[in-house]
Design a protein around this ligand. Structure first.
Ligand SMILES: Nc1nc(=O)c2c([nH]1)NC[C@@H]1CN(c3ccc(C(=O)N[C@@H](CCC(=O)O)C(=O)O)cc3)C=[N+]21
Length: 369
């Protein structure tokens, strides 16, 4: 036992098993090294049935192979779906296309972001979006309106951007202050510039077979893009979406259905959420409840996309809090075949998809390609 442990530990330290280095970063074993050795020893020299899980995944952008020894060692450690790395790859693709377009027709895509009020999280997201625009060569415009602005003032900004030919995408950061009618405001964005995909006409088209929306909402689009880039097949699979919000859950369910999954939506009034969720090959969790989905909710080998970004108190982090998902990460890692982390999963993808939608919009408006 001890020898096995020492051997594996040396491999890990020397990084002779590429996958294995992630075992210790991503699995927080509460057990002592000796009990870890015991875990390893249970199936030391034959491939445990749990390894079959990896057959679900064929490749990843980061490491295209799964080391069989590492898979054996991890026994119950899922693959981490690296949203940050995929988002970077997509930004690089966008950068190339933006410069091609600029050189060919002299057009630079432009994104206008409207932020009302001074919610700290919203300000952070808007800053990140702006930074991301800069990183790919997209122009960004920003309107910061005070919390007590009137709906009319916001509508005036929207009209201005609707008419501005240098603006190809308009995003109104949500949530809006409670005295504003979100519906009026989102309806005012010209559908050709609705890069969030929140306009009812875009959502309506998304829901209809044979119709194409102009834009797909960024977060659900990012979830599906992660599944595609990790070669997770969706067709014919059972998918459960937890949460039915207009901006994530509902459009995510529509997208999965368009990809030929059999989709169920689990929400706050579902009588048996755990049992429903346990049927799923693919889970998209978007409820905003820290660690709500436990290991017992997950079918062995399922793929998990965790959209939640919940701040929880954490004295050891400099901000005093840390972000966790809707899924209990440590438990999911033991049951699932692949899991998105928080942070570093869906969040960066949302922003990458926003840039992509802005590029798509600029191309469409200028009949480029
Ligand atoms: N009109 C509108 N469109 C949106 O797309 C929209 C919105 N309103 N309101 C708020 C939500 C939230 N959202 C996020 C975007 C990026 C990260 C993100 O990049 N997160 C990083 C870092 C998080 C951190 O460390 O602070 C991560 O998960 O790794 C998170 C959340 C977009 N939203």
């Amino acid at each position: 036992r001890t020898t096995t442990f020492r051997f594996l530990n040396r491999c890990l330290r020397n990084r002779t098993i590429p996958m294995a280095s992630s075992i210790f970063t991503h699995c927080h074993y509460s057990s002592s090294p000796s009990s870890l050795a015991f875990r390893l020893h249970r199936h030391p020299f034959h491939v445990p049935p749990t390894c079959l899980r990896f057959s679900f995944l064929h490749s990843s952008p980061a490491s295209s192979h799964v080391d069989p020894l590492a898979a054996m060692v991890t026994e119950s450690s899922a693959k981490v779906i690296d949203g940050k790395a995929v988002a970077k790859q997509i930004r690089d693709e966008i950068t190339a296309e933006v410069s091609k377009m600029r050189e060919a027709i002299g057009v630079i895509p432009g994104l206008a972001v409207i932020l009302v009020g001074d919610r700290k999280d919203s300000a952070t997201y808007v800053r990140n979006k702006k930074k991301a625009c800069e990183s790919v060569g997209i122009n960004s415009l920003e309107a910061n309106l005070p919390e007590d602005s009137t709906e009319e003032e916001v509508l005036n900004y929207i009209s201005g951007y609707n008419e501005d030919p240098s603006v190809h995408g308009i995003l109104v950061q949500l949530p809006l202050p409670s005295h504003m009618n979100e519906q009026n405001i989102l309806n005012a964005v010209r559908i050709e510039k609705d890069v969030d995909g929140f306009h009812p006409l875009n959502i309506g088209r998304l829901a209809m077979r044979g119709r194409e929306p102009l834009f797909v909402p960024c977060t659900p689009k990012g979830c599906i893009e992660l599944l595609h880039r990790y070669s997770v097949s969706i067709k014919g699979k059972r998918a459960v979406v937890i949460g039915r919000s207009n901006i994530v859950g509902m459009p995510a369910a529509l997208l999965l259905q368009r990809e030929d999954a059999t989709v169920s939506v689990v929400h706050s009034r579902t009588s048996n959420p755990e049992e429903m969720t346990r049927q799923a090959d693919i889970i998209i969790a978007a409820v905003g409840q820290a660690n709500m989905v436990k290991g017992s909710w997950i079918k062995p080998g399922a793929v998990i996309i965790d959209v939640g970004i919940n701040p929880v108190e954490d004295a050891s982090s400099p901000r005093g809090y840390k972000l966790v998902g809707d899924v209990c990460y440590e438990e999911a890692m033991k049951v699932a075949s692949a899991v998105t982390p928080v942070p570093g999963g869906v969040g960066p993808m949302t922003i990458a998809m926003l840039l992509q939608n802005t590029l798509i919009s600029a191309k469409r408006m200028h009949n480029f390609e």
